[in-house]
Design a protein around this ligand. Structure first.
Ligand code: GLY
Length: 381
């Protein structure tokens, strides 16, 4: 029971919604999660699970600190999810490599390493031979690279399954409903109308990812401006440990799974709710991956897919309370939803349970940024 006098309803069963439900359920709240689709799918399933705030080169200080804190929380979060579910999400914090293929890019990596050193982030510059020793699959034309220690990856599909099970073990209910409509008066939230009837709620969390602006029944002041940013990916069947670290190359990143699957991503495109895999997207990714590593050319392509990142005008998520009492946002995580699940869950549970939301203020729906820039351009990686 939260101090608003009722159950918590989370709308959206992606990693963010499930992590919030798990956190609240572990703290003893009564939680229900609703989604129009299968839990743990959409962007939560489509992502590569890279946990790399520094390699992502985030420029907003509040967002970078939030991402760094979530990365620190990941091991304990995964342990709790594993304990409640019995499913290991296979967290690997063995570092992320960024490979350079010319002197200018290598120089830029050196500057990045210096900037990270000033923040006490441990990195290693790798010369060409050390990089090829660490990642022999890279093309011999590689110039060198940067290893950011402490970054890594998680198997986001396993994490989704683990969180569904962990939520259920802790008593949170997860249901599907084709129609979802928030009901509120001019001051506070009342509940959620679903296919299964009306559910009263002391608090409702919009965790609908790329669909967050489409949740019905929400007053305009509480509707987050979210734009889907499509990402296409494919998987290769490689030998286990062929690629050791998650690795960025020019125009793509490659993320290994423990079973040998090698994920290659990801395009960035503003294309509405189009989730098709396109010839153009595959061409760009294959070109980037094979230019960096001709050794990949004989592996079988086993899967291709696309997902929709929840983009926001300024690249920051929308988190915390809204002008309607009891209505909360946890959406707009853009390229960092998997990374931000643990810290989002903790801080959202604090905000819902005890109205403590100071750390979420940079991400409030009320922020007004004059320098808004759209993430909706077509670029790669
Ligand atoms: N975080 C990587 C991506 O969104 O493509």
């Amino acid at each position: 029971m939260n101090d608003r006098g009722g159950d918590v309803v989370v709308v959206g069963a992606g990693l963010i919604g499930l992590a919030i439900a798990f956190e609240l359920a572990e703290r003893g709240a009564t939680v229900r999660v609703y989604d129009r689709g299968e839990p743990g799918r959409a962007a939560s399933w489509a992502g590569a699970g890279m946990l790399a705030p520094y390699t992502e080169r985030l420029t907003d200080e509040a967002l970078l600190e939030f991402c760094a804190s979530s990365l620190r929380e990941y091991p304990a979060f995964v342990e709790r999810v594993l304990a409640a579910s019995g499913i290991d999400p296979r967290l690997r914090l063995d570092g992320v490599v960024h490979a350079a293929f010319n002197d200018a890019d290598l120089q830029a990596l050196k500057h990045h390493a210096q900037a990270l050193a000033a923040r006490n982030v441990a990195t290693e510059m790798l010369d060409r031979l050390s990089l090829l020793a660490a990642e022999p699959w890279l093309g011999s034309h590689v110039a060198g690279g940067l290893l950011v220690n402490g970054e890594g990856r998680v198997d986001n599909r396993r994490l989704g399954r683990a969180l569904v099970s962990a939520c259920q073990t802790r008593g949170a209910l997860i249901d599907r409903s084709s129609a979802l409509r928030v009901e509120c008066d001019e001051r506070r939230v009342l509940g959620l109308r679903t296919d299964l009837g009306f559910v009263t709620a002391g608090a409702i969390v919009n965790a609908c990812g790329a669909w967050a602006s489409q949740l019905q029944g929400v007053p305009p002041a509480c509707v987050p401006p979210i734009e889907p940013i499509k990402g296409e990916m494919f998987a290769l069947a490689a030998p286990v440990d062929f690629v050791r670290h998650a690795t960025w190359v020019l125009g793509a990143y490659l993320v290994p799974r423990d079973d040998g699957r090698l994920l290659v991503g990801a395009t960035m495109e503003s294309a509405g709710f189009d989730e098709r895999v396109t010839a153009h997207g595959m061409h760009e990714l294959l070109h980037a991956a094979l230019s960096a590593a001709p050794s990949l050319r004989s592996f079988a392509v086993t899967e291709s897919w696309a997902g929709l990142r929840p983009g926001t005008p300024d690249g920051l998520p929308f988190l915390g309370p809204t002008p309607i009492d009891g209505f909360f946002l946890a959406c707009g995580h853009y390229r960092n939803g998997i990374l931000l699940a643990p810290a989002t869950a903790r801080l959202m549970a604090d905000a819902i349970e005890t109205k403590t939301d100071a750390e979420l203020r940079p991400f409030s729906i009320d922020r007004r940024r004059t320098e808004e820039s759209s993430p909706g351009r077509t670029t790669y990686v």
